[in-house]
Design a binder for this molecule. Structure first.
Ligand SMILES: Cc1cc2nc3c(=O)[nH]c(=O)nc-3n(C[C@H](O)[C@H](O)[C@H](O)COP(=O)(O)O)c2cc1C
Length: 329
């Protein structure tokens, strides 16, 4: 039997198989964050084989100061809904469930893009070193305003016809900065022990859930470990995942934290499978595993061994748009 071909139910949504196209930035939007023809063309081509169960559109900003690059897509304004609808339609017309990742770069943004601001939980430089800036510490009122912005962005995604949203808390971006003890040195309710460092996430999930309703799938992509001295550990993330599920999250998507999603230390197909297995044992919702998978047989093996419930394949599909068809056939 094929594990990859088996359908899965997420909340009240059926997904036809276990193959996920993970979020991968295209830097193809306009300077205002609009979806452009080249964005639609890219997503049409990469999903065109018709065999991807679930597609997660690249990180999309919830507020302009939190852009990660100058041509990132926006979910920060209502006038972006129309373009996002074309994007969701393109993916759904190719037979996939369409999700979109919502993000704020915090201190992991560019230095040279107008309107961005380097902010974070604490004035500590981001270990990912995408810039040379020390972030300004966010006030409690600003954090609360960002919670509302995540919820508004999720509402726009739903209005645009996306089947669900994914909240980005990985690869050194803002929510990851709150989770990580390397960047979160706060002494108020948003810092300290894990329950403090996960408070922002819980508030975001609850606000999103309130906005999109009970039936709408909400995922969180979590940097399951920073893999760095003094950073987030897998034990932290097991606890964080439990709290996120209690707050209303439907799927936990596993990747790296401050260490990013690839590197010389990560080798083999499914190099985060130890982490995804550990999180899977801690929660009762499906878990996505991505990283290094290039062969359908490896994906089958990881599902069979219960390392995860869904498998993300990024660069291999980027390289060969026919990969999903070959895998399913
Ligand atoms: C070009 C490119 C862009 C990426 N953009 C994002 C992104 O927007 N959001 C995200 O969470 N991960 C992003 N990633 C990480 C991928 O989702 C994935 O985790 C990573 O590529 C490892 O999986 P793979 O070995 O199957 O490619 C990106 C990766 C690549 C190669």
């Amino acid at each position: 039997m094929s594990y990859l071909k088996e359908g899965i139910r997420i909340r009240n949504m059926e997904v036809k198989n276990r193959l996920v196209l993970p979020p991968m930035e295209t830097v193809s939007g306009s300077e205002k964050g609009e979806v452009k023809a080249e964005t639609l063309d890219y997503y049409d081509k990469i999903t065109g084989s018709g065999h991807i169960g679930l597609v997660i559109v690249e990180h999309t900003y919830i507020s302009p100061e939190g852009k990660a690059n100058g041509r990132q897509l926006s979910a920060a304004e209502d006038d972006k809904i129309e373009g996002l609808r074309k994007l969701a339609d393109t993916i759904k017309n190719n037979g996939s469930r369409a999700f979109i990742q919502l993000s704020h770069a915090g201190s992991n943004g560019p230095e040279d893009v107008q309107g961005t601001e380097c902010v974070g939980p604490s004035p500590v430089m981001n270990p990912r070193k995408k810039n040379n800036l020390t972030p300004r510490e966010l006030t409690v009122d600003e954090i609360k305003a960002l919670v509302v912005k995540f919820a508004q962005a999720a509402r726009r995604a739903k209005e645009a016809g996306f089947d669900g949203v994914e909240i980005h808390s990985a690869h050194g971006y803002l929510l990851n900065q709150f989770l990580s003890p390397l960047t979160n040195k706060r002494t108020d309710q948003y810092g300290g022990d894990l329950s403090g460092r996960i408070l922002f996430h819980r508030q975001v999930v609850q606000a999103v859930r309130e906005k999109v309703g009970e039936d709408y799938p909400v995922f969180v992509r979590i940097g399951a470990s920073d893999n760095m001295e003094g950073g987030t550990t897998i034990e932290d993330s097991r606890e964080a995942a439990r709290e996120l599920v209690a707050a209303g999250v439907d799927v936990i998507d596993i990747t790296g934290g401050m260490c990013g999603f690839m590197g010389p230390e990560f080798t083999g197909q499914g190099y985060f499978s130890g982490w995804s297995e550990s999180i899977k044992q801690a929660v009762n919702v499906p878990v996505i595993l991505t990283g290094g998978i290039t062969e359908p047989e490896a994906a089958e093996g990881l599902l069979k061994e219960k390392k995860a419930d869904l498998i993300g394949v990024g660069r291999a599909i980027l390289k060969d748009h026919n990969w999903p068809k070959r895998a399913m056939e």
